[in-house]
Ligand binder design. Structure first.
Ligand SMILES: C[S@@+](CC[C@H](N)C(=O)[O-])C[C@H]1O[C@@H](n2cnc3c(N)ncnc32)[C@H](O)[C@@H]1O
Length: 292
């Protein structure tokens, strides 16, 4: 249990360069986050609120608190403060169009003959990305639930995974969803403030917590990986390792989609061909007819 916080004023909390460097070292080793020196003011503004909430008056004390057993929740508060959860339905819609037009027919053929297909939304935030994937699939394959096709949606932040699992959003977020999809898979509350995504979408998705820079618990391969606007927080060596791990996890011909400001560099480049903006295909025979 956390003890009741003593009153601490944010403006009284000092933040030296050494404090920043210690924090950056921890963020890098535990979460792969790359905190550039230029982010110091942003980090201070976000984290000093955490110190205040915990009644801690300086950053060295906050760092030692983070190292104590039972402080996992605070670590997740830390990562929430250092990253952003910004997301939306059908964000960068060209990725969903590429998936629908270029690759979904092969996935459909594959699962219809009894093979498995897996799609991963890695760094799914509050869920609009995997739910957009589920809508794209169910629109073309209404009986997907009866076939061996699943979407895995993961994020490091347990609170955001819980929100994703719940699938309740502000009505403002409906605007990204095509009207026909809204009619099929969303239900607005009587007060018109929020909407829920349908169980049909939820049943296609498994939500889990997962730190992308730790070990991954997968035995099978993936046909499609969406990892968008996540690696942007990692330094280049961490990004390159991640691209390579994704590449190794894809079936031959599988697709990788990354965020608009991210670029593939490093060893994965030898295995991936660009098929559109921030869209890549792993070299090898296409998915239709293959089984890993
Ligand atoms: C900006 S959101 C991107 C959401 C979605 N992919 C999109 O593009 O709309 C970034 C997400 O990455 C998650 N994240 C950051 N570091 C991570 C890590 N090491 N492992 C897994 N997820 C991480 C954050 O919690 C956040 O939800």
């Amino acid at each position: 249990m956390n003890s009741a916080p003593a009153a601490v004023k944010v403006q009284d909390i000092p933040f030296s360069n050494e404090d920043f460097r210690s924090l950056a070292t921890l963020a890098k080793s535990q979460f792969g986050l790359d905190l550039a020196e230029s982010k110091k003011p942003l980090v201070y503004s976000r984290l000093s609120k955490r110190l205040k909430a915990r009644g801690v008056s300086c950053f060295p004390d906050y760092l030692s608190l983070l190292g104590k057993p039972g402080e996992d929740a605070e670590k997740f508060e830390l990562i929430s403060a250092l990253t952003t959860n910004v997301t939306s339905f059908f964000r960068e819609n060209h990725h969903f169009e590429t998936l629908r037009d270029e690759y979904l027919p092969a996935i459909i053929a594959k699962v219809q003959k009894g093979d498995r297909a897996r799609i991963w939304s890695a760094g799914c935030s509050a869920g609009p990305e995997p739910y957009s994937l589920a809508m794209t699939i169910l629109d073309k394959l209404p009986n997907a639930h009866n076939l061996d096709l699943k979407i895995l949606a993961t994020d490091i932040d347990p609170k955001i995974v819980e929100k994703a699992r719940k699938g309740t959003y502000n009505v403002e977020e409906l605007k990204g969803i095509p009207q026909t999809f809204q009619n099929k898979w969303t239900k607005t509350d009587p007060a018109g403030q929020t909407f829920d995504v349908s169980d049909d979408l939820k049943r296609l998705i498994t939500f889990n917590e997962l730190n992308l820079i730790s070990d991954w618990p997968f035995s099978g391969k993936f046909d499609v990986i969406f990892c968008r606007n996540v690696a942007i927080y990692f330094d280049q060596p961490t990004q390159q390792k991640l691209w390579k791990r994704f590449c190794d996890l894809l079936v031959p011909g599988g697709l990788l989609f990354i965020g608009h400001s991210e670029r593939i560099t490093g060893p994965a480049m030898d295995q991936l061909e660009g098929i559109g903006i921030t869209s890549y295909r792993k070299g090898g025979i296409p998915a239709a007819g293959t089984q890993e």
